[in-house]
Design a protein around this ligand. Structure first.
Ligand code: ADP
Length: 580
């Protein structure tokens, strides 16, 4: 599913992100090259300084140098600011963009994607991988251009004064290039592994934090600590591999350079060379050669940074290239009446060989209530997943008001539903804002209060210090299950969608809460089509139609009364629950 794109195209794509910042790049490059050119120029003044002033005794030259030194350094500072600041600005812009794109992408990916990708890994991509891109976009480029220019500048000075002595550098150039290319391949592999390790690390943390109650109850601390330790260690090992490659490459390049230096010293000692060399030339060439070591070393770490950035880019692009939810629908729909029809619908979840639904057909007239009952895993939730097009039917068709749902624009389709599920998702916001989440237009305070009143939210909100403006805490942890559900019902009331999907709570609530919720639900169902995924039978006796599911098929259908009379599965289930 995830293709590894050829390396070149990743780089090209990464560069594409920079293309909006051409002007900024121009400024940065002028700054960086100016900085290095100035350095090279200062070094080139060594020879006249030594030969004219010290050897020949012309003191004006030293005096001139004294006047120049401070302005030169001020200019150098300015160039440095132009280069370093502008580049950081660009790379932070790029990171921000990629983060935003990833975030938005996650919201547009189909449910099937999220089924298969752990949230910890996805969080790590948004937080960690994007940050790695700065290495490539900023730091690497800074060193590449600035130190690259310095290398060229120093070589120019050397060749200008003594090309014979400098020639040796042309020999070691290709050697350095070979080392760099070998090392860079290694870096890319290791960086990729570090990302994966980071992803599984965040994943473990996330699971333990989310499931901390389970960990506490089942005494899973030791197991989780061991698991974390193993992944933590793996992450460290990969980092060490990266460091080893970096150190080895740095040292080997320095050794090669030292050989060059030795050769230069040897050649200089030959009588015919000694004749030509002045003190200034010799000092300048040897000085430039030593000065070359630092930028050369930095140029090799550039590669590690750039590779790390590219590995991060490829992990980001992988997600960006995922297919978003397909929406071939073109029909726009205003509010539907709410008639639903399933025509011989068969559905397989991705990568499953058993169908979750097989040949399911039923018809729900607008404004009526359909209850789905059956063992867990029998396909009840799958029916609601197909209606909202979280997944698409493998065979057969789902119709709403006579329109095939695949023809309806996704946005228009989903607007027709309000979902009250047993897993109520609340955002870390006030009760009022949670109720208003997803409402079509700006809703007034009065409307929110009205919805809260009908859903019996006011009963507990009034007792809270700030009423409806009380923060609910992360995922509503401050509230009881029943209270959370009443907020979800208020949300659905405010959304005022023609079709309601109720995924009932499996766990029994206290009778008071249960009565309030039941009352709120009844009000919510008035004049709406309702699909109730029922886990307990007591609440669906008034449903217009009940489907009894098993193994993805409809086994029985009818009303409560007719099903009891038929004395089949439903009657059995009913007796069982009644006894319980
Ligand atoms: P119910 O709601 O009746 O408990 P579901 O509709 O959730 O049952 O599940 C029906 C079948 O589909 C089960 O066998 C379940 O394992 C499978 N299933 C449900 N969700 C997924 C999913 N996201 N990916 C793969 N298989 C799934």
């Amino acid at each position: 599913m995830t293709k590894t794109a050829p390396e070149e195209s990743i780089v090209r794509r990464f560069l594409h992100y920079q293309s909006d910042f051409k002007l900024a790049f121009a400024v940065a490059i002028v700054g960086m090259i100016g900085y290095s050119a100035l350095d090279a120029w200062v070094f080139s003044q060594l020879k006249p300084l030594i030969d004219e002033s010290l050897v020949n005794g012309k003191y004006e030259y030293l005096r001139m140098a004294a006047y120049f030194v401070v302005p030169v350094f001020i200019l150098r500072g300015l160039f440095n600011f132009m280069g370093a600041y502008t580049l950081s600005w660009i790379s932070n812009q790029v990171v921000m963009r990629m983060r935003q794109q990833l975030f938005e992408k996650f919201m547009h990916l189909p449910v099937a994607f999220h089924d298969n990708h752990s949230s910890g890994k996805m969080i790590s991509k948004v937080i960690y991988d994007t940050e790695q891109v700065t290495n490539a976009a900023g730091k690497a480029l800074l060193v590449l251009v600035r130190e690259g220019a310095l290398v060229i500048g120093l070589l120019t000075v050397m060749f200008y004064y003594s090309w014979r002595l400098s020639l040796i550098f042309l020999l070691i150039g290709p050697l350095v290039a070979v080392i760099v290319s070998v090392v860079s391949k290694r870096f890319r592999v290791v960086s990729k592994n570090i990302q994966l390790a980071m992803g599984s690390l965040t994943n473990t943390v996330e699971q333990v934090i989310k499931g901390h109650k389970v960990v506490l109850m089942f005494g899973g601390q030791k197991l989780e600590a061991e698991r974390f330790n193993e992944r933590n260690n793996r992450n460290r090992q990969h980092n060490m591999k990266l460091i080893v490659s970096r150190i080895l490459s740095e040292s080997s390049i320095q050794i090669i350079a030292s050989v060059a230096l030795a050769v230069v010293l040897y050649i200089s000692s030959l009588p015919q060379m000694l004749e030509q060399l002045t003190a200034g030339i010799f000092t300048t060439v040897v000085f430039c050669m030593t000065m070359l070591l630092k930028p050369l070393k930095q140029l090799t770490t550039v590669n590690s940074q750039f590779q790390r950035g590219m590995a991060a880019c490829s992990s980001i692009f992988e997600v960006l290239d995922e297919q978003p939810e397909v929406d071939r629908g073109t029909k726009s729909l205003e509010r539907v009446k709410g008639e639903i029809r399933f025509d011989e619908v068969t559905f397989y979840y991705p990568n499953k060989s058993q169908p979750a639904l097989e040949n399911v057909s039923f018809h729900v007239p607008a404004g009526t209530t359909l209850a789905l009952v059956g063992r867990s895993g029998s396909g009840k939730s799958t029916i609601s997943n197909l209606m909202t097009r979280f997944y698409s039917a493998t065979e057969g068709q789902v119709n709403i008001d006579g329109n095939a749902i695949d023809d309806i624009r996704l946005q228009d389709l989903r607007r027709q539903f309000a979902l009250v599920s047993q897993h109520v998702t609340l955002f870390n916001d006030t009760i009022a804002n949670n109720i208003a989440y997803g409402a079509k237009q700006q809703v007034s305070r009065e409307q929110i209060i009205e919805a809260a009143r009908v859903a019996h939210v006011m009963e507990f909100a009034d007792e809270l210090p700030e009423g409806l403006d009380t923060m609910v805490g992360e995922n509503g942890l401050m509230l009881s299950g029943g209270q959370r559900q009443r907020i979800a019902i208020a949300r659905a009331i405010l959304r005022d969608a023609p079709i309601l999907i109720l995924d009932e709570a499996t766990s029994a609530l206290d009778t008071e809460s249960e009565r309030l919720i039941q009352d709120a639900l009844e009000k919510l169902q008035q004049d709406r089509t309702a699909i109730v995924v029922a886990h307990r039978l007591s609440t669906i006796e008034n449903a217009d139609q009940i489907l009894v599911m098993d193994h993805g098929q409809i086994q029985e259908s009818g009303t409560h009364q007719s099903l009891l009379e038929a004395d089949g599965i439903y009657a059995q289930l009913y007796k069982m629950q009644f006894k319980g």
